[in-house]
Design a protein around this ligand. Structure first.
Ligand SMILES: NC(=O)c1ccc[n+]([C@@H]2O[C@H](COP(=O)([O-])OP(=O)(O)OC[C@H]3O[C@@H](n4cnc5c(N)ncnc54)[C@H](O)[C@@H]3O)[C@@H](O)[C@H]2O)c1
Ligand SMILES: CC(C)[C@H](C(=O)O)[C@@H](O)C(=O)O
Ligand SMILES: [Mg+2]
Length: 366
């Protein structure tokens, strides 16, 4: 059976990192007879430039028909301010998440042993870290109405957003988190701000309610400010963190750096049908775009998540992940994971495409 993979480069470093993931997928497609067929579409700023919309109709149709979508990143200074808010590149990403109901966002923060010295934390704090952040992705303050910028009677402008979660929205993400914990170390930490925000008072209540169906799983709660602090004090205390859209966005960037670099963290966004959308958690990195220096490994590992979750190809996923580990073993380092001891360790500083080529060679050598 063939599977239809939609590839979307997006903006900034999108083209560079997706190119490397595609090369690796091409090798696996052939070697593992995966029968993947690839098509391309646009989303974000370049899509807006070409079609007048960041999530154009043609992309919508292709996305709805795809078995899985592999995405780079979108956004950039070119469109900041110059574009109406609802046509911003980032809105295209929010639109596709809502359109495909991609409510469950998996962001695994795993510390590769080869990279513990790239972390800003002490190696002993990081070694062995295997944390899964489950971020609710289609609700909360990102999508709540009303929102906007209004002018008050006194002539002053006021920006406003609304944070909302219904019982059913919390229940479904809670179930995803507990199911994930059952396959791991059976601990869920729900992160909220229930001491201040009613929306998270209900969130906490629903987490407790769903926990009753999973007696083997230990549920704890942390306020988000404490959680942000605990992540740097002792990240290994966590197994699964489940949280809302905004807190999950922030905590996952923090968790990524703990593993060494934001260029290392992949993600999978799933709906009830497990049509998956796979992207690195980082953005379009305009500061390094076009220089061939971005780290493509988060995107390559997002492709591995795609093979596992949407394409039922666990062997290919494992091969890709072990190829990534092999290139790190061989000392290949893009600038973001080049550490203080890299020179002494004999690491090789490589470009984005050299890193991608190394992964391809490692796959071929398996
Ligand atoms: N999913 C997405 O498409 C997504 C996610 C976050 C931000 N954005 C957008 O990206 C643009 C830039 O945002 P930002 O600068 O806040 O965040 P960013 O994640 O793009 O970059 C933050 C920093 O991390 C570095 N970085 C990111 N990815 C890297 C990689 N693969 N290798 C090496 N270094 C990497 C960048 O060079 C930069 O210094 C904005 O328009 C933003 O809205 C998009
Ligand atoms: C670009 C932006 C809309 C997006 C988000 O906030 O969800 C990004 O930061 C992410 O983490 O995927
Ligand atoms: Mg983010």
């Amino acid at each position: 059976m063939s599977s239809n993979v939609l590839v979307i480069e997006g903006d900034g470093i999108g083209q560079e990192i997706i190119g490397q993931a595609r090369n690796a997928l091409d090798v696996l497609n052939q070697q593992e007879s995966l029968n993947m067929t690839f098509s391309e579409a646009m989303l974000g700023g370049r899509a807006y430039d070409q079609y007048g919309h960041p999530y154009p109709e043609v992309t919508q149709q292709k996305a709805r028909a795809a078995d899985a979508i592999l995405f780079g990143a979108c956004g950039g200074p070119k469109w900041d301010g110059a574009t109406e808010r609802h046509l911003r590149p980032e809105q295209g990403l929010l639109d596709i998440r809502a359109d495909l109901d991609l409510f469950a966002n998996f962001r695994p923060a795993i510390a590769f042993p080869q990279l513990v010295s790239s972390s800003p934390l002490k190696p002993e704090k990081v070694a062995g870290l295997d944390l899964l952040i489950i971020r609710e992705l289609t609700g909360g303050i990102y999508f709540g109405q009303p929102r906007g910028i209004r002018t008050l009677e006194n002539g002053e402008r006021q920006g406003f957003n609304t944070d909302v979660y219904s019982e059913s929205e919390v229940r479904r993400i809670a179930k995803v988190a507990f199911e994930a914990a059952m396959k791991r170390n059976k601990r869920v930490c729900s992160v909220d701000k229930a001491n201040v925000l009613e929306v998270t008072v209900l969130w906490r209540e629903m987490m407790e309610a769903v926990a009753k169906d999973y007696p083997e799983v230990t549920l704890t709660h942390l306020y988000v400010d404490n959680a942000a602090m605990q992540l740097v004090v002792n990240p290994k205390q966590f197994d699964v963190i489940v949280t809302g859209n905004l807190f999950g966005d922030i905590l996952s960037d923090e968790a990524s750096m703990i593993t060494g670099s934001i260029g290392m963290l992949p993600s999978a966004s799933l709906n009830e049908k497990s049509t998956g959308f796979y992207e690195p958690i980082h953005g379009s990195a305009p500061d390094i775009a076009g220089k061939n220096i971005a780290n493509p490994l988060a995107t390559i590992m997002s492709a591995a998540m795609m093979l596992r979750y949407s394409l039922a190809a666990p062997t290919a996923a494992e091969r890709l992940e072990s190829a990534v580990s092999a290139v790190l073993d061989r000392g290949f380092r893009t600038g973001d994971i080049w550490s203080e001891d890299s020179e002494a360790q004999g690491h090789k500083k490589v470009s984005c495409s050299e890193m991608g080529d190394a992964v391809v060679s490692a796959l071929k050598a398996q």
